[in-house]
Ligand binder design. Structure first.
Ligand code: ADP
Length: 493
């Protein structure tokens, strides 16, 4: 009977399960959304039983779609929303509080206090992270400080902390596996990315007992098996944070390999090999997925507004009816005729880090049409990606030649071609754009011996679309000069 790999993708808004065959094709999949809980402005929570329940539901559904039995699953791989924080009782499994989601801002004031106390450099040197409420450390502290009796129970060794991967593995194994991987650990702001250990100084700073933390392993690792009681004994062979999973899904396993996910925002990750590159541009230094104890590092940067500007064209400006129409309009004109859109709806991230700047459209003349503005909005996504990639290249002293892409907006051919032109690099778009699940699948399959090597996987990959740069340096320089001028105008107070 044919064997498969089952990838579980526990995201921010939905749980997915996908059954992959040896050629990396999806033979069955299912997804289910779950409730977002907003108890106060800026607070975001998930009900842990929704996370687990929806995940179990989609496993069953995906297997039915694949017409496969659980005994045909050679290994399970898990990928998950990063940083989201759960604390539960070791004996009963009962969470002491809802999962606090990465987006939740409840600890923002405390983070500001840490910054005022001059701890930014200290924390960055150990964790590669900038102090922010995103990361798990301050969320765990909040639970211990605010849930009655929690701190005392944690100190007595009665409570466990986990990110979503840890929680799922613990549940699926009936409490036998209490573990996480380097990529998830590196987003807690408690893990020293250089020594690969929970950092005792940080645990002291945040007043978090070490006994509540899971064991940390490489992302591809035989973590244990699921419990017969739930779905039968299946080995869990990978756990990996979503962005690093996507990087692995593109098989970006070598120094200089780079991926970008074009979703609502963009997430860029560059593999920097065995060197933890320090950023001068506010990029994060974090751990990549690996299959052995040898860590690989990545530089990570993001763009706040990417596909979101296409939603704004559709729902705010009402100039397109659906996202794909943006490509038709962009192709109607040879250029933007000097129009630039700076989509700083919520400030700008790397390399500008300007929270006060707001969106601007510049260069409008009597001849400006809807097509020019739509094209300028799409180009703005690529310009922002260009700025982050340039910062990465400077920080890592690496010149990139290729960009691997995925995410909802990567289907836009205009967007991909203009990106290739701006970066003067080839843009590679795989046929299967569920790269996150694919990454967890590859890691699990390699660990379980389903595939023998990365090259073995590469041989199986189906067609990709390639976009070659075809712009002169002179033209590129002129366009970039215009963009940077527009950014300066937007930031002018
Ligand atoms: P997320 O995971 O952040 O929700 P997705 O990867 O599902 O995002 O991508 C959705 C985003 O992609 C939306 O912001 C949407 O506007 C954008 N998008 C979808 N199709 C296109 C398209 N053809 N051209 C440009 N943008 C698109």
């Amino acid at each position: 009977m044919e064997k498969y790999i089952l990838a579980l993708d526990q995201g921010t808004t939905s749980s997915r399960a996908m059954v992959f065959d040896r050629r990396g094709n999806i033979v069955g999949s299912a997804h289910q959304e779950f409730a977002q809980i907003y108890p106060k402005a800026g607070w975001v929570e998930h009900d842990p039983s929704d996370l687990y329940g929806s995940q179990m539901g989609v496993i069953a559904e995906a297997l039915i779609h694949a017409n496969a039995d659980i005994s045909q699953i050679a290994a399970i791989g898990i990928t998950n929303q990063r940083e989201t924080t759960l604390v539960w009782d070791k004996d009963t499994g009962k969470p002491v509080y809802n999962a606090i989601v990465w987006q939740c801002r409840r600890t923002a004031d405390y983070c500001e206090e840490l910054k005022r106390n001059g701890l930014s450099g200290y924390i960055y040197d150990k964790t590669g992270l900038v102090i922010d409420a995103y990361f798990s450390a301050t969320k765990i502290k909040w639970i211990l400080d605010n849930v009655a009796g929690a701190r005392q129970r944690a100190e007595q060794g009665k409570l466990l902390f986990g990110t979503v991967d840890t929680f799922l593995m613990w549940r699926l194994s009936g409490g036998k596996i209490f573990a996480t991987d380097y990529t998830n650990a590196s987003r807690t702001m408690l893990f020293n990315i250089h020594t690969l250990c929970w950092d005792k100084d940080l645990l002291k700073l945040f007043d978090i007992p070490e006994c509540m933390l899971p064991q940390v392993y490489p992302s591809g690792y035989a973590f244990g098996t699921t419990s017969q009681q739930f779905i039968g004994n299946v080995p869990i062979c990978s756990a990996v944070g979503d962005q690093q999973a996507a990087l692995f899904g593109h098989l970006c396993v070598n120094k200089g390999d780079l991926k970008n996910t074009y979703g609502t925002g963009c997430f860029l990750l560059m593999n920097t090999g065995d060197v933890a590159v320090k950023s001068d541009n506010g990029l994060l230094t974090t751990l990549a997925a690996c299959l052995d104890g040898k860590p690989q590092y990545v530089l990570e940067g993001s763009v706040f507004i990417a596909g979101a500007i296409v939603q704004w064209l559709r729902d705010g400006l009402l100039v397109i009816r659906n996202a794909s129409e943006s490509e038709e309009y962009a192709d109607k004109v040879p250029d933007t005729d000097g129009v630039y859109v700076v989509p700083a709806f919520t400030g700008m991230g790397a390399p500008y880090w300007d929270a006060d700047v707001r969106g601007t459209i510049t260069g409008i003349t009597r001849g400006t049409t809807r097509a020019h503005v739509i094209r300028a909005a799409l180009e703005a996504i690529d310009y922002q990606v260009y700025d982050v990639v340039s910062a990465m290249q400077r920080d890592a002293a690496i010149k990139i030649t290729q960009l691997n892409v995925d995410g909802g907006a990567s289907v836009n051919n205009f967007l991909m071609q203009f990106q290739a032109d701006l970066l003067d690099a080839e843009v590679i778009r795989p046929q299967i754009t569920d790269t996150t699940a694919l990454g967890a699948c590859y890691l699990a399959g390699l660990t379980a011996g389903y595939w023998t090597s990365v090259d073995d996987i590469r041989r199986n990959i189906s067609a990709v679309s390639r976009f070659q740069p075809s712009m002169t340096q002179q033209h590129r320089d002129k366009l970039l000069e215009g963009w940077h001028k527009a950014v300066r105008q937007a930031r002018c107070k």
